[in-house]
Design a protein around this ligand. Sequence first.
Ligand code: SAH
Length: 248
Amino acid sequence: MLGIVAALPQELGDLIADMRAAGDIETVTLGQRDYTIGDAHGVRAVVTLARIGKVAAAATASALIHVFDVDAIVFTGVAGGVHADVQVGDIVVAQTLLQHDLDASPLFPRFEVPLLDKSRFAAAAGLSDALALACEAFLADQGDALQNRFAVVRPRVHRGLVVSGDRFVASHDELHALRGVLPDALAVEMEGAAIAQVCFEYGVPCAVVRTISDTADAAAPASFTEFLTAIAGTYSSGILSRFLRSRV
Ligand code: SAH
């Protein structure tokens, strides 16, 4: 059983509709979340919306592991680009994840999860490779259409560090502070590293794929909202369908 999680409904695209079309689905409500169980492009999956933030994401990952007995978790959604090379419309597949707002210094080094001796959590290599291949295939098939429809510029796939925190980053100062302390950070979001920590603690593989909706600057609120309503679903559906079919 594969757990598939997004924060917001637009970030799942057509996945639940596709599961309904493929056969019987079952919905379980738990902790104010709906978990939809069924066939996702040939893969047995439980799909849910975590809502926004690290606590929501951690609670959801824990339920997926303990109640639904998932073998792995994939998170899909949008994020702000942090690195100068990462543009709106690009896709980032996480290799490692870190909580950029975690700071128990001077007791522990900045960003380290106290008593876990770790600040960076690795995404599972096999799942991440398969996601990256699905992203490349999606852009190869749809890249021109995306450029024409949404005025994104030659979208690319990046792999590396994704940072998470309970803040929507939307200012030049905050963006540059992040770049200063974490020069290898590619993207910022609000859930991924929390899922990665819970999955690490329980030995469950996880992967995170993020489409860039904004560049975490003053234009981020408008860019995020426009991207989420107009485009995010197209990306998620295109990436998830290719990824899931490759797992069958
Ligand atoms: N007001 C919004 C809240 C969005 S929070 C609403 O109406 O729902 C932003 C969501 O997208 C989070 O789930 C986060 O993971 C991701 N995200 C996109 N851009 C981000 C950015 N610049 N900073 C932090 N998170 C971002």
